[in-house]
Design a protein around this ligand. Structure first.
Ligand code: COI
Length: 356
């Protein structure tokens, strides 16, 4: 429920930091723009949202999200076209997923149109922070966490919803090496794998660290029950090209995050007449196809990662090298298409961009 008189308050900064940004060398997630939006939930309704100067939060030591993990987030990107319009890529899908994460984590929802409106207004105030360089973007991070100062297990009665933004460069600057994980688990059926909740990422850190020690950038998660089926890659969904078909795990399993970039890859490929199979993908068939050289492309798809080509895939004591990234048609063509779309260089035939 929303407060009856929900109007946005705007308190602009008096000291912009924009002139200190090195726009040609943007790391991912380390530079923050001037403003953030904060909206509190209490007494059963959302209170007046405020856009204010970006700054620190003050938290009670018993803040329940820190102890019991009611914490969810989203990620999306804003880019600019040649005329200076800001373009946000498919915010409706993020709004829907945020809504689903709220429900799964027992948190109050925000109507999807208001979620999108608050994002638009936050980005609009900092539109000068949207990079124009190709491949760069303003990453948008909406999140919500439980704020009751209470020790005990129950859904919190109070929450904070915040949106901040960061101008970013590439998340992965090189093609990645991934390892198919057969022991550790990201998500089990009936768990919270489909929700974009903080703990899913915390749970992945230790197995990812072990894989890093073996020279891999990321894991490819498999199902918790038998470790027989490919799920996703933690920072991104995973897509293969096998025998000329685009093959990717279906998202009906509640263990896989419903990726916006992956959905877009599938939609674009289908529109180009490429055969697409969204289904259970077994480790065995992928490994067999890798052994026989039938995997001609493999990549991760994610908002942060965009299209991240996979250079090598490890499975037990085998290491498979995929074709030279520059020679791959599918990932390069789709990556280029999405870049062109986000830079406004091609017509938005799918109606995916929120433009302002
Ligand atoms: C995103 O792609 O937006 C994510 O939240 C994943 C994380 C690796 C930054």
């Amino acid at each position: 429920m929303l407060h009856d008189e929900l109007t946005l308050k705007i308190t602009p900064t008096t000291t912009s930091r924009i002139d200190s940004v090195d726009w040609d060398n943007l790391p991912f997630g380390k530079v923050f723009s001037d403003h953030m939006l904060v909206m509190d939930y209490k007494d059963g309704e959302w209170q007046q949202p405020e856009i204010m100067p970006f700054g620190k939060l003050e938290l009670h030591p018993a803040t329940s999200a820190i102890h019991y993990g009611q914490s969810i987030f989203e990620g999306m990107k804003a880019t600019k076209d040649a005329e200076g319009n800001v373009l946000i890529f498919r915010p409706d899908l993020n709004a829907k997923r945020f809504h689903e994460s709220c429900e799964r984590m027992c948190m109050p929802t925000i109507p999807e149109s208001i979620f999108i409106d608050l994002i638009q207004k936050t980005v609009d105030l900092d539109r000068a922070w949207v990079p124009s360089k190709d491949g760069y973007a303003l990453y948008i991070r909406p999140y919500m966490f439980a704020t009751d100062d209470f020790i005990g297990i129950k859904p919190s009665d109070t929450y904070k919803f915040i949106i901040f933004t960061c101008p970013v460069g590439a998340y992965y600057s090189q093609p990645v090496n991934v390892k198919i994980e057969e022991y550790y688990t990201r998500a089990a059926q009936g768990g919270v794998g489909r929700a974009k909740t903080a703990g899913n990422y915390a749970a992945s850190l230790y197995p990812a660290k072990l894989a890093k020690d073996e020279g891999f950038d990321q894991l490819v998660w498999t199902d918790a029950k038998e470790h027989k089926y490919i799920e996703e890659s933690g920072t991104m969904n995973i897509v293969f090209e096998i025998d000329g078909k685009l093959v990717t795990p279906a998202e009906d399993a509640d263990t896989i995050l419903r990726g916006v970039t992956k959905r877009s890859v599938v939609d674009v490929a289908k529109s180009w007449g490429i055969p697409v199979e969204e289904r259970q993908v077994s480790v065995e068939e992928v490994v067999q196809a890798l052994r026989e050289g039938r995997v001609t492309d493999a990549f991760g798809a994610g908002t942060a990662a965009t299209i991240a080509q996979i250079a090598k895939i490890g499975f037990r004591d085998e290491l498979f090298e995929l074709p030279d990234p520059s020679s791959r048609t599918l990932s390069n063509k789709i990556g280029e298409f999405l870049n062109d779309l986000k830079a406004g260089r091609i017509k938005d035939e799918f109606g995916w961009l929120l433009k302002f």
